[in-house]
Design a protein around this ligand. Structure first.
Ligand code: CP
Length: 320
């Protein structure tokens, strides 16, 4: 594997899940693989799970890890070409990424979208420049449009928890929030579930209010409805996530009254397990009754971030 940016970097979801679960069962089985190799984790935005799980995964592979909170601890970064740097920017991404590439064998980058200009965010220009100038394999720790390490952990969790005698119905439901959030988690989960559906692993449904359609290229094959009750009927897994509008880019179009999932709304499901990538705002995005009850899988999902990251790093290390 030369990069990990999306589901397109994985040949088969079922074999990736199987390999990740082997690593989960035997976390130190490849501890020689990363010896004398360095992973650099570069964050332009906050993180708890991605930072700690990727670091743990790398350590279990015997790697050394360096973490750089570039926005807070690095020089103010210029990402555009052709500008005279006479403002607040101090260092250009061309030099910064090239230098980090000298120090590290593999790099990870987290960079959220500005949610101002759709073309700018969806071009994934920053990720592409970072990869080009570092000249090293780059793992997305969440980019402007996708969060593949999260989605891999999500499908691992679904395959681990699903009944063996039935193809699970998986529903992605929009949830209310007070702030405009990126579409990255929803885009990515949808892209992975659509691929899992093609592999015959799941049935996939998306539900959201009017105006919250995701970009079509990420939802190919999904059933999409604005009727949340219809979507939830007989669901085995419900993935709860807020995202801001793609069509009316970056805008919050509704307060989402009636869209928050709670125990009452779960009654029409097949005793569904409930998922969320975290962090979650209790009783705004998702009912505390669910989070504190037996239907929640949020901690299991977060735990699976380790074996997901370990699978990706293992594949990259094998191809160095
Ligand atoms: N789910 C997730 O990526 O969590 P962090 O933002 O804390 O890394």
């Amino acid at each position: 594997m030369k990069q990990f940016f999306s589901v397109k970097d994985i040949d088969s979801i079922s074999s990736a899940v199987e390999e990740a679960l082997e690593l989960k069962a035997n976390p130190f089985s490849e501890e020689q693989l990363g010896k004398h190799k360095t992973l650099g984790l570069v964050f332009l935005n906050p993180s708890l799970r991605t930072r700690m799980s990727t670091q743990k995964a790398a350590m279990q592979l015997g790697m050394q890890v360096m973490v750089m909170n570039l926005n807070q601890e690095g020089w103010a970064l210029e990402t555009q070409d052709g500008v005279v740097m006479n403002g607040s920017s101090v260092e250009h991404i061309r030099e910064a990424a090239a230098v980090m590439g000298e120090y590290c064998d593999v790099l990870g980058l987290r960079s959220f979208p500005a949610l101002k200009q759709v073309e700018q965010d969806y071009s994934e220009e920053l990720f592409k420049k970072f990869q080009a100038y570092s000249k090293k394999p780059v793992v997305s720790l969440e980019s402007a449009t996708l969060h593949p390490l999260q989605s891999l952990a999500d499908i691992i969790t679904i395959m681990e928890q699903a009944s063996k005698d039935k193809k699970p119905k998986v529903v992605l439901t929009w949830a209310p929030h007070v702030k405009p959030l990126p579409q990255a988690v929803a885009n990515s989960f949808s892209e992975w579930m659509c691929q899992a559906q093609k592999e015959g692993l799941v049935e996939f449904v998306i539900t959201h209010p009017d105006g919250y359609q995701l970009k079509e290229s990420f939802t190919d094959g999904a059933v999409i409805t604005t009727d949340q009750d219809q979507a939830l009927s007989a669901a085995d897994f419900v993935y709860v996530k807020n995202w801001s509008s793609y069509a009316d880019y970056g805008q919050v179009l509704t307060d989402g009254d009636g869209w928050m999932l709670d125990e009452q709304r779960l009654k029409s499901t097949n005793q569904a397990k409930v998922m969320h990538c975290l962090p979650v705002r209790r009783d705004l995005e998702l009912g505390a009754d669910i989070l504190d009850g037996s239907h929640s899988l949020v901690i299991e999902q977060a735990a699976n971030r380790v074996c997901a990251a370990q699978l990706v790093l293992k594949r990259i290390l094998k191809d160095l």
